[in-house]
Design a protein around this ligand. Structure first.
Ligand SMILES: Cc1cc2nc3c(=O)[nH]c(=O)nc-3n(C[C@H](O)[C@H](O)[C@H](O)COP(=O)(O)OP(=O)(O)OC[C@H]3O[C@@H](n4cnc5c(N)ncnc54)[C@H](O)[C@@H]3O)c2cc1C
Length: 464
């Protein structure tokens, strides 16, 4: 069968891998010049590793991703360590997650105890000055319930705001969860359902992973593996329309190549395929195939999402004196962005020519002023906040900055979201659609993109 995949991100490449294994002929069209999509990266002069345009790490529980890495023979290049994540309280930062051995002053045997992670979280919560003993108890008990239950369908009937304020209490919710929801979901913060929060708590591990060379190296290796197995990947090829030919049963793609000489030999334009998988945002999908039935287009248009804006700052020295990796920042305390992530407290600065790399990132509606601001304006808005991480910070430490903006970065799951997710199989025979908005209840991530890509591939060839 002739199959086309639109998009060489994690979903498209994982689907391509499965379809190749099943013996199909594949063409992947990618609008940009590299694979990786949202998880791709770039390399500045003097760096050995690439840096993700948007902060990325894997969890130890990312089983689908690890299986894919195993299957393409690069599992040993996925490496894990345990950088420190901290939360804010009155101008100071406190870890609420970590190894039990660290909490107990280096007693490494403690990490082998059953439930050592939960014990560590409990002890760290006791040390967090924002909580009293009752708060710690409610945090611990409700947290244990969330870790043990699998009944996310019950939880999706409530908003996270309702459920957490009720069971963990207003203070725990206000200090820990409200800032997270406000940062991630802006005006939708109080409407996000509890199953999303459950999945986040359930799947996250303190061990975080990356790829030797950076995420871009992973996607380059994956794309090279697929090409060796016979896939055609056309970069700089933006698909502009999909038309269903009811007479032949084929789908016709009109592709706008960056340059005519990039068109693979033997492929005309428009090109016909038996099956097509689209992995773009839902909004783009409605533009590619506007003749799809109105109710399907309506379901795609109904899905809400937020964009992301990131300022990456290269410094000539470490920012966090304590070596913290991830700082969750409450906007209510006047921070101009949601998260400050010092990448080089996770991956050594030696891979980046000794530069210390800091992400200042936020999720926002696309009409937010940050989307219209240029690099100089964003520097002026964001850099003063670095002094709240390290009071000695001075702008003379800044060697370089980069800005990345993405309109489709974080889908918003409302109450009973499972009923609003459009199926992968579209109403047109042969046309399939798989995007971050269909990843649920898990928070979107490359692991779940791989899982979705696999499931989409299975549906595309089911019954053959
Ligand atoms: C700020 C941020 C932080 C994140 N952090 C993490 C993290 O820590 N860990 C993690 O695992 N995940 C993280 N993610 C999520 C992760 O990046 C995504 O889940 C994953 O990359 C989605 O892959 P995808 O293939 O579905 O989509 P995409 O990566 O968006 O891929 C779609 C591809 O389609 C291409 N395309 C679009 N239109 C066309 C067209 N018309 N023709 C041809 N090609 C087209 C695009 O160029 C792109 O390459 C993060 C995402 C963001 C935005």
């Amino acid at each position: 069968m002739q199959i086309a995949i639109i998009g060489a991100g994690a979903t498209g490449l994982a689907a391509a891998h499965e379809l190749l294994k099943a013996g199909h002929t594949l063409t992947v069209f990618e609008a940009t010049e590299r694979p990786g999509g949202l998880a791709g990266g770039f390399k500045a002069p003097g760096w050995d590793w690439s840096l993700e345009k948007f902060y990325h790490h894997w969890f130890a529980s990312d089983a689908d991703l690890l299986r894919l890495a195993e299957e393409i023979g690069v599992r040993q290049r996925v490496i894990y360590n345990r950088p420190q994540t901290v939360v804010y309280y009155q101008e100071r930062f406190y870890p609420l997650d970590g190894a039990l051995s660290t909490v107990l002053g280096g007693r490494t045997w403690a990490d082998r105890l059953p439930l050592s992670g939960s014990l560590a979280r409990g002890l760290l919560a006791l040390r967090y000055p924002g909580f009293n003993v009752i708060d710690v108890l409610r945090y611990g008990l409700a947290g244990a319930y969330l870790v043990l239950t699998s009944d996310w369908r019950r939880l999706e009937q409530f908003t996270a705001h309702e459920w957490l304020s009720r069971w963990m209490g207003r203070r725990v919710y206000g200090l820990l969860f409200r800032p997270l929801l406000q940062g991630k979901f802006a005006e939708y913060a109080e409407q996000v359902n509890m199953a999303w929060m459950w999945a986040r708590i359930k799947a996250r591990t303190p061990m975080l992973g990356t790829y030797i060379g950076g995420f871009q190296a992973f996607f380059d290796d994956l794309a090279a593996h697929l090409q060796r197995r016979g896939a055609t990947i056309v970069y700089g090829a933006r698909v502009e329309s999909i038309v269903s030919e009811h007479i032949t049963g084929h789908l016709r793609l009109t592709v706008h190549p960056a340059a005519p000489d990039r068109q693979p030999a033997g492929l005309a334009n428009p090109q016909s395929f038996d099956r097509v998988l689209v992995t773009t945002s839902p909004r783009l999908m409605t533009k590619l195939a506007p003749q799809l039935p109105a109710d399907y287009l309506g379901a795609l248009n109904h899905l809400k999402s937020l964009g992301a804006v990131v300022l990456i700052v290269a410094l000539n020295r470490q920012l966090s004196r304590a070596g913290y990796y991830w700082h969750n920042l409450p906007k209510s305390a006047g921070f101009p962005f949601l998260a400050l992530c010092e990448h080089t407290n996770f991956v050594s600065a030696q891979h980046f020519g000794g530069q210390h790399l800091v992400y200042c990132g936020d999720y926002l509606p696309v009409d937010h002023p940050y989307f219209a601001m240029n690099e100089a304006d964003l520097r002026a808005a964001f850099l003063p906040a670095l002094r709240r991480i390290n009071p000695d910070f001075d702008e003379s430490w800044v060697q370089h900055t980069w800005v990345f903006k993405e309109p489709y970065a974080q889908p918003v799951p409302f109450v009973n979201h499972s009923r609003a997710i459009p199926p992968v199989r579209t109403p047109w025979p042969g046309l399939f659609f798989a995007s971050m908005s269909q990843v649920y209840p898990w928070d979107r991530g490359t692991n779940y993109a791989v899982k979705l890509g696999r499931e989409a591939a299975a549906q595309m060839v089911a019954g053959l």
